[in-house]
Design a binder for this molecule. Structure first.
Ligand code: ADP
Ligand code: MG
Length: 694
């Protein structure tokens, strides 16, 4: 019996060093890794479906005889092939085709096609199906479902399937170790590991495709449980690592805090008080705080951060506050300055766009400890920034940074006191509420506080969706709001990542609106502006010197202008729910009723419609997050898409949330020895970095 975990992929036929490097990009280095590289989905090419029995939306193999093939000139030139079997007829539609291809479809030719049936103008059709001319030598249909694997450049489905087949042949000789003691597995999942892998790589003909697609097959559930467990164990290990790390105990200075609260024009909400107390308890201890602070947009997280900062400063340590964008960093600088300067605290400022001389000065103030608080963007964590005695790191809007940075930041400001590692406390704030199921698994290494109450007097935001065809009415609405002394945002979205294109789109919109609203003061802010220009525009808007602010999504997070009560979001269908909720949260901050207009382009896709609907229905960020999770999956919410980390191989946090209690039970069991824990993590997380947990 060979342990396939110890066999490099190069032992397989056809895998040399070079191809092994390609496979490494898929995190496949051993034969076992290959077996744990599970299909994303399946195609059923095991049987031929009669045309009359086709279901729209499903892939199918059909066989039939060509009755006609015509090129038609509609909106797009296309080749339509009518195909008939005993049960009915359907259309094959091709938009790209050569003369030779057209000639293949001579009347009377028998074809086998594979593709997804859709409803077309003239009944069911297959768009760009795979086609094969049926002849005497055509092979029969497949014996097993066809797996579709996640790929990377340089590997094809066919080649990967061939390799997996070789690996499966070796599996018969034994090979993968059962790491989960049978006694710990629920009764419904007593499925041998090797059997589960074999099944999932080649499900036999007749397998219920819908059950597989939903991940409900016992073989899938068995593996999903093991995978979730491995991720959970890796986080627990991370957490345990930090048990040996110390942080400075920050008892605070009660007088300073009283002074601060006394100067505020309002008092803390109950939720803010509760969360401040939770944080204070953490900070007073010498175990590094790692706390996630969740609160809906406008819940008042910044103030809670300021209270935490005061506690650190009152204990003689320094505080770093990091924001994801310059605009937001600038706003924090202004807030913290306004709050802390009267208390004799100096606030330093560090972003990527500082001029050399100023940067030097700020760096000096940070290194000497003259500045007790530093606000900045990720520029704060560059190598040449030396902190004086960093006691607390506050990270705002963590979803913009992703899981990777969170862990990198832990290292920053770390040092040693004798043989003990020392790290600052960490407070991570997010206005993108994380559904409980996700938080439990993806953030198992963080404690969590929730501000579940908005400051008093907030007006609900009335959200409407209006088609772009009625743009004129929307412009009229802006006109009316401005006439009543209100301010408005007009947000332009573009799918393109390019800041230049986004800026151009916003620029032309601003021109159009300025022309349509001659009596309004229109200004423009986008990512291409120089930081001081951005700042000037934002201050003018804050000061009420600008009526309508046309912006790209750079204003997404955190910007706070209470007199702004109207938000227009152009092409909202292009954005995710969380981002839309964030944008909308820019209004409804004052005491007047606020409105959000979702100015969508037509036609609206099904997904787009669902998102806009959800946004109109819900005002609570948590409800929206649950909806977002349902519509888009966990990767989007946790921001792993941006960092390109591979997600779960088989588990799906939303779908498999019911497994999490089992996962926690098994992880807590003394019957799972340390060595098996390590092997489980190694098997599922492989050479991925330890923080690939999301
Ligand atoms: P977010 O949680 O979205 O970061 P902010 O911290 O920006 O919210 O707070 C939003 C607004 O609410 C700010 O203008 C802030 O001054 C105000 N605010 C915060 N706490 C309170 C409170 N307890 N009572 C009244 N207003 C508050
Ligand atoms: Mg904020």
């Amino acid at each position: 019996m060979t342990d396939l975990a110890a066999l490099p992929v190069t032992t397989l036929k056809g895998v040399g060093e070079k191809f092994a490097q390609v496979l490494a990009k898929l995190h496949i280095s051993s034969v076992q890794d290959l077996l744990f590289h599970l299909p994303l989905r399946y195609q059923d090419r095991t049987r031929v479906t009669p045309i009359a029995a086709l279901t729209p939306g499903l892939d199918a193999v059909i066989e039939g005889e060509v009755r006609a093939a015509d090129v038609v000139f509609g909106r797009r030139r296309s080749l339509l092939v009518r195909l008939q079997d005993g049960s009915g007829t359907l259309t094959l539609r091709f938009f790209h085709f050569s003369a030779a291809q057209k000639n293949r479809f001579a009347r009377g030719t028998r074809l086998r096609c594979f593709g997804e049936a859709r409803r077309g103008s003239a009944g069911l059709e297959l768009v760009h199906p795979e086609t094969e001319i049926l002849g005497a030598d055509t092979s029969p249909t497949e014996d097993t479902l066809t797996p579709i694997y996640p790929l990377t450049e340089g590997v094809s489905q066919a080649r990967l399937r061939g390799l997996v087949q070789q690996a499966l042949d070796m599996l018969s000789e034994g090979g993968v170790t059962e790491l989960l003691p049978a006694g710990l597995l629920p009764h419904t999942m007593q499925y041998p590991l090797a059997g589960a892998l074999r099944y999932l790589h080649s499900p036999p003909a007749g397998t219920d495709l819908a059950q597989l697609a939903e991940g409900q097959h016992p073989a899938q559930q068995r593996l999903a449980l093991e995978e979730l467990l491995a991720h959970h164990l890796s986080l627990l290990a991370l957490r345990r690592d930090s048990d040996h790390i110390r942080a400075p105990a920050l008892p605070g200075d009660a007088g300073l805090e009283r002074d601060f609260l006394g100067r505020l024009p309002f008092s803390l909400t109950g939720a803010q008080q509760r969360v401040c107390a939770e944080i204070a308890t953490d900070l007073a201890g010498s175990r590094p705080m790692m706390r996630l602070l969740q609160g809906d947009v406008g819940a008042g997280k910044t103030l809670v951060a300021a209270m935490a900062a005061l506690r650190a400063i009152g204990s003689g340590t320094q505080v770093a506050v990091m924001a994801p964008t310059e605009i937001l960093a600038e706003q924090h600088r202004r807030n913290f300055n306004g709050w802390l300067e009267p208390l004799g605290i100096r606030v330093a400022w560090l972003t990527g766009s500082l001029k050399a001389a100023e940067r030097r000065e700020q760096l000096g103030a940070i290194a000497s400890g003259d500045a007790q608080l530093v606000v900045g963007t990720h520029a704060l964590f560059q190598a040449d920034v030396v902190f004086h005695h960093l006691g607390l790191v506050v990270i705002d809007e963590q979803h913009r940074f992703g899981v990777r940075q969170r862990l990198e930041l832990r290292e920053k400001g770390a040092g040693a006191a004798g043989s003990v590692r020392v790290q600052p406390h960490q407070l991570i704030m997010t206005a993108t509420p994380i559904p409980r199921t996700l938080a439990m698994s993806a953030f198992a290494d963080l404690d969590c506080s929730v501000i579940d109450e908005l400051p008093p007097g907030r007006q609900p935001i009335n959200t409407v969706a209006i088609s772009n065809e009625r743009r004129g009415e929307v412009v009229e609405r802006v006109h009316n709001a401005v006439a009543q002394g209100r301010q408005a945002y007009w947000v332009c979205t573009l799918i393109e990542e390019s800041e230049t294109l986004q800026a151009q789109a916003a620029e032309s919109t601003a021109e159009e609106l300025a022309a349509a609203l001659p009596s309004s003061r229109v200004a423009l802010v986008h990512g291409r502006l120089k930081p001081d220009e951005k700042e000037r525009v934002m201050s003018a808007f804050k000061a009420g010197e600008v009526d309508l602010l046309v912006a790209t999504t750079v204003i997404e997070v955190g910007v706070d202008v209470p007199n702004a009560s109207l938000m227009i979001i152009e092409n909202p269908e292009r954005l995710g729910l969380a981002q839309l909720h964030q944008l909308r949260g820019r209004v409804g901050r004052g005491s007047v009723a606020s409105h959000c207009v979702l100015l969508y382009g037509t036609p609206l896709s099904r997904g787009g419609k669902a998102r806009l609907q959800a946004l109109r229905q819900h005002s609570d960020g948590f409800a929206i997050a649950e909806e977002d999770l349902r519509l888009r999956g966990p990767g989007e919410i946790l921001g792993t898409r941006q960092t390109g980390e591979i997600q779960h191989r088989i588990a799906d946090l939303q779908r498999d949330a019911h497994l999490l209690p089992q996962v926690q039970r098994i992880a807590a069991s003394p019957d799972l020895p340390q060595s098996l824990r390590q092997q489980l993590v190694a098997r599922w997380l492989q050479n991925k970095p330890r923080f690939a947990e999301a």
